[in-house]
Write a protein that binds this ligand. Structure first.
Ligand code: C2E
Ligand code: MG
Ligand code: MG
Length: 542
């Protein structure tokens, strides 16, 4: 042994003489070392680098890295030489790195990656039949409030304290992980009965019940918890977590500070959505979409001056399905783009057919609804132009309705889209006006031809005084801007009388007609609701 060994092991030269290294090697490493030395040094003449722990004189364990060289045949040496160096610091650093990669730095709890790993192992272990793994997804209620009002430092301290309480509320073998933000996950294994799950959730909630002291203030915290028990050994860790997460959301929805089980029902609704999505994909190919038309009347002359095309889905099993049941899904999946294109073509084709069947000098406008998704597409103007070209329907007879909410999603894009549509010569209308947040400034920028007063305000006409004021204001606003006002959802003669008194230009609603198939409208120029001044129109409905 060289003098450097003294430093390595803290032993003096005397103590080192006759020293048996193997007696001081960590018991977990000893067998491996002996095997490697005996097999390699003897057969290959060398071994290493070997890593093992040795007891230092100060009784700490030191990591050594050793390379052994067989010089038994060298007459000058006649032994096996080991070259060792202390790698304790490097080992500690590696250990820190591994820890950081698998743990959350704020709370020291396992992170998502480690949790998924443990969850996978827990599922595999559960096949041996001693209970099942339970996942509890915990989200603090009102954490954002603490963070915003007391500052991020206090928020961090609260999270550490919460982590401690959660750790204290579970059994030693359970895993508590931090998922990021104010989300924690507990993995409990060996669950035999549902009652155990409730008990664990109760213990968790109780552990948070006593207030926390932060910056000298008492802070009350509660949690929304979602639970999901693994059903079989086929479970996927990601799915288990996702389900527990969705259960947690239900707990939030139902008023927070409570625990909810993952609900199969919710699960099946998601699956059902998938089926609907697939069916909607095929609806276009299978020609299952229909466009119904609702008449719009001029309130002075009573004449039918146009129709609004409203989409229907003739579902093979569910019958005629309204847009409320599938437009949102179509928007989310992007299917609204091909569907919207179909609607445009169909409306223009039907519009052109009416023009041929009942030629007239009087204008007749076909309106089509556009979704926010369509407005955001740079090719919208091309799509509209193609529909007009393909069908020969004149641009000025087509009106595009865009809801106020959709217009306001991205005002700059909207203004551009509207201008380029306007350049085609089509009419534009703001649908459901009064429900969004368009300001007068925006209205001036949007090159629109009419405002459609939302049905909810028309509903309240003659009943809710405020609605009367709002409808009057919208009509006044439209006229001030030099455009027309049209009311939708007119159901009673009283509402109609009111709208006429307020000088609303046009209206549609069940009072005149529900949306119907094109054929049911017959000769469009023969339909009238009668003149405002009481003189007979060509065919009086009222
Ligand atoms: P919207 O454009 O505001 O259409 C008016 C809705 O009010 C229609 O519902 C219509 O049937 C209904 N309605 C008409 N008169 C009355 C009435 O007197 N009383 C009551 N209670 N309701 C009346 P529908 O057909 O269910 O359409 C709902 C929404 O779906 C439409 O609202 C529109 O935003 C959207 N939509 C319809 N067709 C299309 C389409 O082709 N493309 C897009 N993107 N959206 C569409
Ligand atoms: Mg509309
Ligand atoms: Mg509307």
């Amino acid at each position: 042994m060289s003098p450097a060994s003294e430093r390595l092991l803290g032993l003096t030269e005397d103590e080192l003489l006759g020293f048996d290294l193997m007696e001081h090697v960590h018991p977990d490493d000893a067998e491996r070392i002996v095997n490697e030395i005996s097999s390699h040094v003897i057969t290959h003449g060398a071994v290493g680098p070997l890593e093992f722990r040795v007891r230092h004189r100060d009784s700490s364990w030191r990591y050594l890295e050793a390379i052994g060289l067989n010089l038994l045949d060298d007459p000058a040496v006649g032994g096996i030489i080991f070259n060792c160096r202390d790698i304790t610091e490097r080992k500690a650093f590696e250990h820190d790195l591994a820890f950081q990669a698998t743990h959350d730095s704020l709370t020291g709890l396992p992170n998502r990656a480690l949790l998924l790993d443990r969850l996978g192992q827990a599922i595999a272990r559960s096949t041996r039949g001693d209970g099942r793994p339970l996942v509890l997804f915990i989200d603090l209620d009102r954490f954002k409030f603490v963070n915003d009002s007391l500052g991020h430092g206090a928020g961090d301290r609260l999270l550490s304290k919460v982590a401690d309480r959660i750790r204290g509320a579970v059994r030693p073998g359970d895993t508590v992980a931090r998922f990021g933000g104010d989300e924690f996950v507990v993995l409990a294994e060996g669950i035999e009965e549902v009652a155990e799950c409730d008990a664990i959730a109760d213990r968790l909630s109780d552990s948070l019940a006593t207030p926390f002291i932060l910056s000298g203030q008492e802070v009350f915290v509660s949690a929304s918890i979602g639970m999901r028990l693994a059903r079989s050994d086929h479970e996927n860790p990601e799915t288990l977590l996702r389900d527990a997460d969705s259960a947690m959301y239900r707990a939030k929805e139902r008023g927070r500070s409570r625990t909810e089980w993952f609900d199969e029902q919710t699960h099946w609704r998601t699956v059902d959505r998938l089926a609907t999505e697939n069916a909607l994909h095929r609806a276009l190919d299978r020609d299952e979409l229909r466009l119904h038309y609702q008449p719009q009347h001029d309130l002075v002359t009573g004449r039918m001056v146009g129709v609004e095309g409203l989409l229907r889905w003739s579902h093979p099993e569910r019958g005629l399905v309204g847009p409320a049941d599938f437009i949102e899904l179509a928007e989310e999946t992007g299917l609204i783009v091909p569907i919207g294109e179909w609607v445009l073509h169909e409306a223009c084709r039907q519009g052109r057919r009416w023009q041929r069947q009942s030629p007239s000098e009087e204008p007749f406008v076909v309106s089509v609804n556009l979704s926010a998704h369509q407005i955001a597409r740079p090719d919208l103007t091309d799509v509209v132009a193609r529909a007009l070209d393909a069908t020969g329907f004149p641009a000025e007879s087509l009106c595009l309705e865009i809801t106020e909410g959709a217009l306001m999603q991205d005002v700059a894009t909207t203004v551009q889209a509207l201008r380029s549509l306007k350049a085609l010569g089509v009419r534009l209308s703001i649908d459901d006006f009064g429900t969004g947040h368009a300001s007068l400034g925006h209205l001036k920028q949007f090159p629109v031809d009419s405002l459609k007063i939302d049905r909810t305000f028309v509903d309240g006409l003659g009943v809710v005084a405020d609605d009367q004021v709002i409808v009057a204001a919208v009509i006044g606003l439209a006229h001030a801007l030099g455009i027309t006002a049209i009311a939708e959802g007119v159901e009673t003669p009283a509402q109609l009388a009111e709208l006429r008194a307020l000088r609303c230009d046009a209206a549609q609603g069940y009072l005149f007609s529900r949306p119907v198939e094109a054929a049911e409208l017959g000769d469009i120029h023969a339909v009238s609701i009668g003149r405002a001044d009481g003189r007979a129109g060509n065919r009086r409905l009222l």
